[in-house]
Design a protein around this ligand. Structure first.
Ligand code: ZN
Length: 478
């Protein structure tokens, strides 16, 4: 096998390539892994031919130049494939309408659910398979209800005991979002918690409802390890921290809203957010602050719409999600529907659509990340939400390629893993989503996932979904 990386990327499309292959088969289902079985070792060598590729590096999909995967890594994406000895290579032959994308990231991927109105619990049984089935190969939960349980889930996925996406644990919330949070905690205590969770594998911490001195201690302790911090902040109201001030002390990423001078400390951030418009000088100043500091902004647009009127263009079911609920959970959920509309969040949904387009147009496109932020009450599930979020971004005015970058390379950079993930390039981990139809022409084609590859292992999307139908929320009590 020729182990060279492709000489000269952009070397063009090699249409004569397939003739050089020793073995070309239709999609080899024996290479696929269903939901329940143990995760198979990646086939020694896997080739994906045909269809179109959006590698994450440009704005266009191109005819797939041929992808070769070996031992969980992309060996080549176009280039020198004909040089290889391909005996024993498993080949997936795609049709023209198939489109290959890098594996997707959800950076506010709540595993947390509450189907009984009794408080949130992390759904660690059915959700992992559903994330993967939807093309989400990377999840950051942005605050875990039970961080010990979520560490255990990560270990099960990593060791092949459970099928799921890569899990970038956030660890527990730092701030009042954590049950039993101690407002009197000293900086030393924050540091020792960070040291503990870093040792447990947390590389990206999450603050929510935190005071300034605690946030400073968290950022300093995380940065001492080379780890990052993201935060759900406020306006400065009631001892909260405005994102403007958090950026000044080194915060890496911000969730939900940008902050700034238009969010005054005499009222909550949401009360100001409903009145924000892209032409306000305060808005333009805060956007510039993000750009100048390279601070990432997790947009979470569609999260607010779930609480509102549920714009039918985005929230109509493309998959009967409630069929995935366990029967007892479904009964509890249906007894509590429909939910009351939250007028403030309905308004915020539309305001945020305007603001994110302006953020993009001012040059912040590389700093936007995708986060779904939907702690489910059983009507919609987080693993499907990525498609609604991508759709909302495009409806807001982002070009489809820019929307897809928020869920791929931007997210990989935000988590500091862009050397391993985020694009289809030689040397990176082989994470792919294959959908029917071109999402760059119609972003809703991202919903039409049929095959997912994570670290070189091939999964059939429909088989993953069928395997957990009727199982979401199983055993959650009530
Ligand atoms: Zn959240």
């Amino acid at each position: 096998m020729d182990l060279r990386t492709p000489g000269g990327r952009g070397g063009g499309v090699r249409t004569a390539l397939a003739s050089a292959w020793i073995m070309v088969l239709p999609i080899l289902l024996s290479a696929c892994v269903g939901e329940s079985g143990e995760e198979a070792a990646p086939p020694n060598s896997l080739a994906i031919l045909g269809g179109h590729l959006w590698s994450g590096t440009g704005d266009q999909a191109v005819p797939n130049p041929g992808i070769l995967i070996r031992d969980s890594l992309f060996l080549t994406a176009g280039g020198d494939l004909e040089d290889g000895d391909l005996a024993g290579t498993t080949v997936i032959q795609l049709s023209d309408d198939d489109h290959i994308l890098p594996g997707l990231f959800d950076l506010h991927a709540h595993y947390a659910v509450d189907f009984y109105g009794e408080g949130r619990v992390d759904e660690d049984q059915a959700y992992p398979a559903l994330f993967l089935a939807n093309g989400v190969t990377n999840t950051y939960p942005a605050g875990e209800i039970d961080p010990v349980k979520m560490q255990a889930l990560r270990v099960r996925i990593e060791t092949g005991q459970q099928v799921g996406p890569r899990l970038f644990n956030s660890g527990p919330y730092f701030g009042t979002a954590r049950q039993g949070w101690n407002r009197e905690m000293t900086p030393e205590e924050i540091r020792s918690e960070v040291d503990h969770w870093y040792a447990e594998g947390v590389r990206n911490f999450k603050a929510k409802g935190i005071q300034a001195q605690h946030l400073q201690a968290l950022i300093d302790a995380a940065h001492a390890h080379g780890a990052t911090v993201t935060a759900h902040l406020d306006s400065g109201y009631r001892n909260s921290v405005n994102p403007r001030d958090a950026i000044a002390i080194g915060l890496d990423r911000v969730e939900h809203f940008l902050g700034g001078d238009a969010m005054t400390p005499d009222r909550s951030a949401y009360a100001s957010l409903v009145e924000m418009t892209p032409d306000m000088p305060e808005f333009r100043r805060i956007v510039q602050l993000y750009i100048d500091n390279g601070t990432y902004f997790d947009a979470t647009l569609s999260a607010y719409g779930y609480w509102g009127e549920k714009d039918p263009e985005v929230y109509s079911y493309f998959e009967p999600e409630m069929d995935y609920l366990a029967p007892e959970a479904r009964a509890a959920v249906e007894a509590r529907l429909p939910r009351e509309v939250n007028e403030q969040f309905e308004r915020i949904y539309w305001v945020k659509r305007d603001l994110i387009r302006a953020f993009y147009e001012m040059g912040g496109g590389d700093l936007i990340t995708l986060g779904t932020d939907h702690p489910s009450w059983g009507e919609y599930f987080t693993p499907f939400s990525i498609h609604r979020e991508l759709h909302t971004m495009v409806l807001a005015g982002l070009p489809p390629a820019a929307a897809l970058r928020t869920a791929t390379i931007n997210a990989a950079r935000a988590l500091q893993v862009e050397d391993r993930l985020g694009t289809v390039e030689a040397g990176k981990l082989a994470d792919l989503v294959i959908v029917t139809g071109n999402p760059l022409q119609d972003i809703t084609n991202t919903r039409r996932v049929h095959t997912v590859v994570r670290a070189g292992v091939v999964y059939d999307s429909r088989a993953l979904m069928e395997g957990v139908k009727g199982k979401v929320g199983e055993g959650h009590g009530g």
